[in-house]
Design a protein. Structure first.
Lengths: 407, 235
C-alpha cells in the first residue's frame, strides 16, 4: 500500500514531467469516460421517462379486455360484446384480480358557460382511479353510490378544465353539460406532464372526463355494452395466471364468440427493454472503442518510457529495488495516467449531463447516476492496470547489470 | 568473521556457442572494516567480481557467504534485500536520478529497504553533512558538478548504514583534484570503521586502500594479506 501511494506520487511526478505527451495520452481515456458517463446519464433519463410513461398507463399489472369491432357481415354469428356479466364472473372467479374496472368510452361535446370542448368521456366505477393510475388534485372520484343512484356527477381532467373554465374559476361544485345533460363536477384530476421530444406524452391522461358507469349506460348512451374491462392484478407474478383465467372465463361466457381481445403491456415492456439494450450497446460501444484506444495509448507511452528509463531501472535495482518495486512503480504511472484522464472525463461527463438537463428539459433530460461515475472511474483504473501490466512486467524483469550498462 | 567470503567461486557465461569463464575458482575473504581495492585490466573478470560482490548476479558454482550466512544461490528477491540493506553502491557515472533532487536521491534506498530506518528523515541530513552537501539538498543533479554528484552518490550509499561500500571506478569521471577529495572521503569513511571495496584499474586510486586484490584472466593473481599490503604500501 505504502509502495502504491509512493508509486502514484512518483507517477504523478512523471506525468507532470512530460505534460504534453501525458495530456495527449490521457485524451482518449478522457473521451471514453466522458462519453460513458454521458451515455449512461442519457439512457437513464430515457429509460426513466419510458418507465414513468409506462407506469402512468397502468404498468405491467394492468390487463385490459378491449372490445373489438367486427368488420364483416358475420357479426351476428361471431360477435359478442363485453357485458356486466363478464365483470361479475371476473369478480367471482379471478382471485388474483385486485381491482376491476369496467369502462365505456364515448366522444362527447362538453360545455360550460358558453365554452365547448370535445373530449373523450368515460363511464367508470370507483376502481378506475387505481387501475389506470389517476390521482385527484381537487374533490373526490366517482363512488359506488354515484353508480347505484345513476348520479349526474363528473370528474374532469386538467385539459377539460383548461378548455372550459377561466383561470382561478371554481371548478368543483360547478355544472358542466355533457351531451346536453347537466353534470355536477365533484373532482378534478391531477395534471400529468412528461415531456418526450418536446411533446407531453401523458396529455392523453389530461384529456378525459369521468362519469359514473351506470349513468353512462342508462342516461348518456342508453346501452349496456362495455368498451373495456380493465383488471389490476395483485402482483406482476400472477399476470400469466390471470390472463389464462380471463381467457377461459370469457370463452365460457361468450361461448367461443369473438369481439374482444386481451391486452397487456408485456410486449411494450419487451420493446422497451430491447431498445434500452440496443441504445446501451451503441453508446457503450463508442465509449469502449475510445477506452480501448486510450488503453493502447497508455501502453505505448509506458513502453516508450521504459526504453528511455532502462538505466533508471538498473540504478533502482542496484539500490535494492526488486521486481515488484519496479512493477508497482510502472503500473502506478499507468494508473495515474488513466486515473487523471478518467477523473477529468467523469467531471466533464457530469458537467455535460448538468448542461443537458437544462437544455433538454422538454425531451427526456438525462439523469446523473452515481453508478455511471463509479463505473467510469473504475473502468479508468482498470484500463490503467491492464495497459500498464505488460510494460510493468517487462520493466520489472530487466536484468540490473544489463540495465546499468545501457546508454 | 568475514563480512563477505567467496569459496571457489566461478562464473561462466555462454555467448552463443562460446563459453566464457569470467571468474575461475576465486577464493576471497573481506573482513569487517577493510579498505580493499580490486585491480585488473579490462576483460580480467573485475566487473564480474564486482557484480557478484554487489549481489547483482549469482555465481555459476562455488559458495558466497555474507556475515557467515551462505547466500550462493539466493533468488532475485533475496539479492535485492541484501543490496538494499548490506551494500552501498557508488558508480563511476554517479547514477543519480535526474528528476529527483539531492534529498530525494539520497533517500531512494530507504524506500527499498525491508526494514527502513524510522529516523531516515534525520539521518539524511547527517549523511549530507558528512559529504558536505547539506546546502545543496534541494538542487537537481544537473545543477551539480561531477564531484558534487559523486558526494551525493556517497551520501546515498551511506543512508541505509550498509556493512559494505562497493565503489566501481568512483573517480573515473572526475578530475584529479576532485578525485583526491573523494578518495579522502573514502579514507575518512574507512577510519570510521566501514568496509570499503573499490574496483578500479587506477593504481593511484588503489593506493588509498589497505589491501589490493589483482584480478587477471578470471583469477585472483596475487592474493595479499592486509599485513603484506601494509608493509608494501608506503603512506
Amino acid at each position: 500500500m505504502k509502495n502504491l501511494i509512493a508509486g502514484l506520487s512518483n507517477g504523478f511526478a512523471e506525468v507532470w514531467a512530460h505534460k504534453l505527451r501525458s495530456l495527449l495520452t490521457m485524451t482518449c481515456v478522457f473521451l471514453g469516460v466522458a462519453s460513458l458517463v454521458a451515455v449512461m446519464g442519457l439512457l437513464e433519463g430515457l429509460v426513466t421517462s419510458w418507465e414513468t410513461w409506462f407506469a402512468e398507463f397502468g404498468g405491467l399489472e394492468k390487463v385490459s379486455i378491449v372490445a373489438e369491432d367486427s368488420v364483416d357481415d358475420q357479426r351476428q354469428i361471431l360477435f359478442s360484446t363485453i357485458t356486466m356479466q363478464d365483470v361479475e364472473s371476473v369478480r367471482r372467479l379471478c382471485r388474483d384480480a385486485a381491482f376491476i374496472s369496467p369502462e365505456i368510452y364515448t366522444e362527447a361535446l362538453t360545455a360550460h358557460h358558453g365554452k365547448f370542448f370535445k373530449v373523450p368521456v368515460q363511464g367508470v366505477s370507483r376502481d378506475a382511479l387505481t387501475v389506470s393510475k389517476y390521482a385527484l388534485s381537487q374533490g373526490r372520484f366517482i363512488t359506488d353510490a354515484d353508480s347505484l343512484g345513476y348520479e349526474n356527477v363528473a370528474v374532469l381532467g386538467s385539459a377539460a378544465v383548461d378548455a372550459l373554465y377561466e383561470r382561478n374559476e371554481k371548478v368543483v361544485g360547478s355544472t358542466v353539460y355533457i351531451k346536453g345533460q347537466p353534470f355536477y363536477v365533484v373532482g378534478v384530476l391531477k395534471r400529468y406532464v412528461l415531456m418526450q421530444e418536446g411533446l407531453n406524452v401523458l396529455n392523453e391522461k389530461n384529456q378525459i372526463v369521468f362519469i359514473p358507469l351506470a349513468t353512462m349506460q342508462k342516461k348518456v348512451l342508453g346501452k349496456p355494452e362495455l368498451s373495456s374491462l380493465n383488471v389490476k392484478v395483485r402482483q406482476v407474478g400472477a399476470l400469466s395466471r390471470v390472463k389464462t383465467q380471463l381467457t377461459n372465463l370469457l370463452w365460457q361466457n361468450h361461448r367461443g364468440k369473438r369481439g374482444y381481445k386481451l391486452d397487456t403491456a408485456e410486449a411494450m415492456m419487451e420493446t422497451m427493454h430491447k431498445s434500452r439494450r440496443s441504445y446501451f450497446a451503441v453508446g457503450g460501444g463508442v465509449a469502449a472503442v475510445s477506452l480501448l484506444v486510450g488503453g493502447l495509448g497508455i501502453m505505448n507511452l509506458m513502453l516508450a518510457s521504459i526504453n528511455e528509463r532502462v538505466r533508471e531501472i538498473g540504478i533502482r535495482k542496484a539500490l535494492g529495488a526488486w521486481g515488484w518495486d519496479i512493477f508497482v512503480q510502472f503500473i502506478a504511472e499507468a494508473i495515474t495516467l488513466s486515473l487523471l484522464g478518467g477523473l477529468a472525463g467523469a467531471v466533464f461527463g457530469v458537467g455535460l449531463i448538468k448542461y443537458l438537463q437544462t437544455a433538454m428539459a422538454d425531451s427526456s433530460p438525462p439523469i446523473l447516476s452515481p453508478n455511471a461515475v463509479i463505473v467510469g472511474f473504475s473502468i479508468s483504473v482498470a484500463i490503467g492496470v491492464l495497459s500498464g501490466l505488460y510494460p510493468a512486467v517487462r520493466a520489472s524483469k530487466l536484468d540490473p547489470i544489463e540495465a546499468l550498462r545501457y546508454e | 568473521m568475514p563480512v563477505i567470503e567467496f569459496q571457489n567461486v566461478s562464473k561462466v557465461y555462454k555467448v552463443g556457442q562460446v563459453t566464457v569463464r569470467a571468474l575461475d575458482g576465486v577464493d576471497l575473504k573481506i573482513e569487517q572494516g577493510e579498505f580493499v581495492a580490486i585491480l585488473g585490466p579490462s576483460g580480467s573478470g573485475k566487473s564480474t567480481l564486482m557484480h557478484l560482490l554487489g549481489f547483482l548476479d549469482t555465481p555459476t558454482s562455488g559458495k558466497v557467504f555474507v556475515e557467515g550466512q551462505e547466500l550462493s544461490s539466493c533468488g532475485a528477491i533475496e539479492r535485492a534485500k541484501i543490496r538494499a540493506e548490506k551494500i552501498g553502491f557508488i558508480f563511476q557515472a554517479f547514477n543519480l536520478l535526474p528528476r529527483l533532487n539531492v534529498l530525494r536521491n539520497t533517500l531512494l534506498p530507504v524506500s527499498y529497504s525491508r526494514n527502513p530506518n524510522p529516523r531516515a528523515r534525520e539521518r539524511v541530513w547527517e549523511v549530507l553533512d558528512q559529504v558536505g552537501m547539506r546546502d545543496r539538498a534541494h538542487h537537481r543533479p544537473n545543477q551539480l558538478s561531477g564531484g558534487q554528484k559523486q558526494r551525493v552518490a556517497i551520501a546515498r550509499a551511506l543512508i541505509n548504514e550498509p556493512r559494505i561500500i562497493l565503489a566501481d571506478e568512483p573517480t573515473g569521471n572526475l578530475d584529479s583534484q576532485t578525485a583526491r577529495t573523494i578518495l579522502e572521503l573514502f579514507a575518512e569513511l574507512h577510519r570510521q570503521g566501514r568496509t570499503i571495496i573499490v574496483v578500479t584499474h587506477d593504481a593511484g586510486v588503489a593506493s588509498y586502500s589497505k589491501r589490493q586484490i589483482h584480478v587477471l584472466d578470471g583469477k585472483i593473481a596475487d592474493p595479499t594479506t592486509p599485513a603484506e599490503v601494509a608493509a608494501a604500501t608506503p603512506r
